[in-house]
Design a protein around this ligand. Structure first.
Ligand SMILES: [Zn+2]
Length: 146
């Protein structure tokens, strides 16, 4: 949880609460909604309210909603993390560091086919292919000479 966001949330809610009479439940709702708004703006994860105030929130079952449509996540220059919406050339290290997910977990989470979904930008995967080809060719030449 981002401490900065919590501080900002506290400031906003405090100044709002000083002008309005809020019941404890209203206060909690207000804190959550302010935090979630700030979190969404900052690209952080939202927190779910446990009191049934938001009926559609907090269901852990089923697939999470990707940050962008899956078919739009792989671009020439970058790949978008479906978990947080950030852009990368390659996702693997980010998934482990930021979300503690393996590529397999990630694919399962969003119903992706690991054979088709490569966790890298299009250009990056093209570069890798060229590199592999060049390397293979080099090895082939060396093998012929020997
Ligand atoms: Zn991410």
């Amino acid at each position: 949880m981002a401490t900065e966001l919590l501080k900002m949330t506290a400031q906003i809610v405090t100044s709002h609460a000083s002008m309005n009479e809020l019941s404890p439940q209203e206060l909690i709702n207000e804190i959550t909604s302010v935090y979630n708004t700030l979190a969404a703006l900052a690209g952080e994860k939202a927190v779910a309210v446990e009191m049934g105030a938001m009926p559609e929130a907090g269901q852990e079952t089923g697939q999470p909603k990707p940050a962008v449509p899956i078919e739009e996540s792989i671009q020439d220059e970058y790949i978008v993390c479906l978990e947080c919406g950030q852009r990368f050339r390659t996702l693997k290290a980010h998934l482990r560091r930021a979300h503690n997910l393996t590529p397999v977990d990630y694919c399962e989470r969003f119903g992706l086919d690991p054979k088709k979904y490569h966790l890298v930008s299009r250009n990056y995967s093209e570069q890798r292919r060229q590199l592999a080809k060049a390397k293979g060719l080099g090895e082939f030449r060396r093998a012929k000479k020997a």
